[in-house]
Design a binder for this molecule. Structure first.
Ligand code: NAP
Length: 452
């Protein structure tokens, strides 16, 4: 063999498949020791059978393991004490995470331990403890050889661990960043930020946090000194109550998509707003090349914004600052009216003929997003060639709305360009360094096209 090998022979009661007698099972483990396996992993209630045979123990290292497939129990420290006194070389404590905060308890256990310990949580909510194993101080982690070949719930595959999460570069000092949301499993943010950390030589690691109860998460994860977060649906508004400070624009919008930890203080920002304004300014600049200040690119432009949710709010407040003439239309008209009142702009009903008398049309709804890619929020006969049409959706990159707008001769902007700019602004807030937006766009396109 060219790599160290761990031999296990798990009984069914510990989640394994060996259905012979206990004597046969232990005999096979002893044989592995005689054959000089690098490690033998034995269950906490069978360790006495191996440790009595002390002369067998060289050079094999014994791992004594405890598995709990139901929960992360309260008495983790007692379990650790018992296992650490068993005569084994390495302690392994693997539990099931029923709550994302269970990962914090595993982290605290690892911090307090005096001997080598392998510890992480199983299940979807435990994935972060598997990824952050070096940062947490675990002796090792487990990964499957390929997706679909997992040997325990929540195991990620080796390709993801090494490429997306750059596991070889991680150490005890890696700064942790991550995405708070639900769902988060299909987000492209981990590949983007982890690749940027690698390319820009920054010792950071970015992971997805699937969060149900935002208050519990924010309180418990302060113990881990997370350096920054991205925030997505459904927590952009509710997270505000758990921050120490908030930037003035994010406060006006009432939503935060970026959190920066400055010396233990969590400060909220909204980079969706500046990103949307930036992509609109870039396109409008072509129409007003002699404008003296960039504020003038959008000044007085008629903008119709479809939607009144979080992203529509961010865009509306940003455009208001640039003195655009905004009209909001939304399926739920009362919500459109309410947002228009907050921003100080117009609202109209969807079927009002004047609603689409506009220079810029923006879709800030999920209509047309994968998998319902054949839907469009605005019928093609309402599109005029003089319009700039901006769809905030980035999956697919070219929505039905954008395809039809292009066919009408409109200038179009896709949601990926906004996504790329909000990610770049986020990275700059966290690290002080501005990454290349071209690089972010390439990583995102490759991922969305399934190339990575
Ligand atoms: P949100 O707060 O849930 O708001 C969704 C909005 O879409 C609401 O106004 C809702 O109308 C409307 N809507 C939903 N389903 C609809 C339907 N079937 N027909 C008509 N209107 C519908 O969501 P959000 O955070 O604002 O996100 C909206 C979209 O923005 C996302 O789907 C995503 O594609 C895009 N986005 C893009 C970026 C980027 O960087 N490019 C970032 C974040 C989000 P009601 O008020 O009537 O329910």
């Amino acid at each position: 063999r060219t790599k160290p090998v761990i031999v296990t022979n798990r009984p069914i009661r510990e989640g394994g498949r060996f259905n012979g007698s206990e004597e046969e099972r232990i005999a096979l483990l002893k044989l592995a020791i005689r054959l000089q396996a690098d490690y033998v992993d034995v269950e906490h209630d069978s360790i006495q059978h191996l440790c009595r045979d002390t002369e067998l123990r060289v050079p094999t290292k014994i791992i004594v393991s405890y598995h709990n497939f139901r929960e992360t129990p309260d008495d983790l420290t007692d379990i650790y004490k018992r296992l650490s006194q068993s005569g084994a070389d390495i302690v392994k404590i693997v539990t099931h995470a029923n709550n994302i905060t269970d990962n914090v308890r595993i982290y605290q256990l690892l911090q307090q331990s005096q001997m080598p310990v392998i510890s992480f949580c199983m299940g979807e909510l435990g994935i972060i403890s598997r990824i952050l194993y070096k940062r947490f101080g675990s002796y090792l982690t487990f990964a499957s050889l390929q997706a679909g070949k997992e040997s325990a719930p929540g195991q990620i595959n080796i390709h993801e661990l090494l490429n997306t999460y750059q596991a070889k570069k991680q150490d005890k000092h890696s700064a942790i960043y991550g995405l708070i949301g639900n769902p988060v499993s299909h987000s492209i943010s981990p590949i983007i930020h982890n690749t940027l950390f690698r390319e820009m030589n920054f010792n950071g690691i970015y992971v997805p946090f699937k969060v149900d109860t935002i208050g519990d998460f924010m309180r418990e994860f302060r113990k881990l000194d997370i350096k920054g977060y991205s925030v997505t649906i459904p927590h952009k508004e509710s997270v505000i109550n758990h921050l120490d400070a908030i930037d003035s624009m994010a406060k006006k919008i009432g939503a935060v998509n970026t959190i920066v930890n400055t010396g233990g203080q969590l400060v909220g920002f909204n980079t969706d707003c500046e990103a949307a304004v930036k992509v609109l300014e870039d396109v409008s600049r072509g129409e007003r090349p002699f404008a003296r200040t960039k504020d003038a690119y959008l000044k007085g432009k008629k903008v119709t914004l479809v939607g009144a949710g979080g992203v529509a709010r961010a865009i509306a407040f940003g455009l208001k600052e640039r003195q655009a003439q905004i009209t909001i239309i939304n399926r739920n008209y009362e919500r459109a009216q309410s947002l228009a009142r907050d921003v100080g702009c117009f609202s109209r009903k969807f079927d009002d003929p004047q609603a689409l008398d506009t220079d810029i049309l923006i879709n800030a709804t999920p209509v047309g997003m994968y998998p319902k890619i054949n839907e469009t929020p605005i019928n093609k006969d309402k599109l005029k060639s003089s319009m700039i049409v901006f769809d905030t959706i980035y999956n697919p990159i070219e929505t039905k709305l954008l395809k039809e707008a292009k066919a009408q001769g409109c200038k179009t902007i896709n949601g990926l360009s906004m996504f790329v700019h909000q990610a770049a602004a986020q990275f700059k807030l966290w690290t002080g360094q501005m990454p290349s937006v071209e690089m972010i766009e390439k990583i995102a396109r490759d991922k969305l096209n399934g190339e990575t």
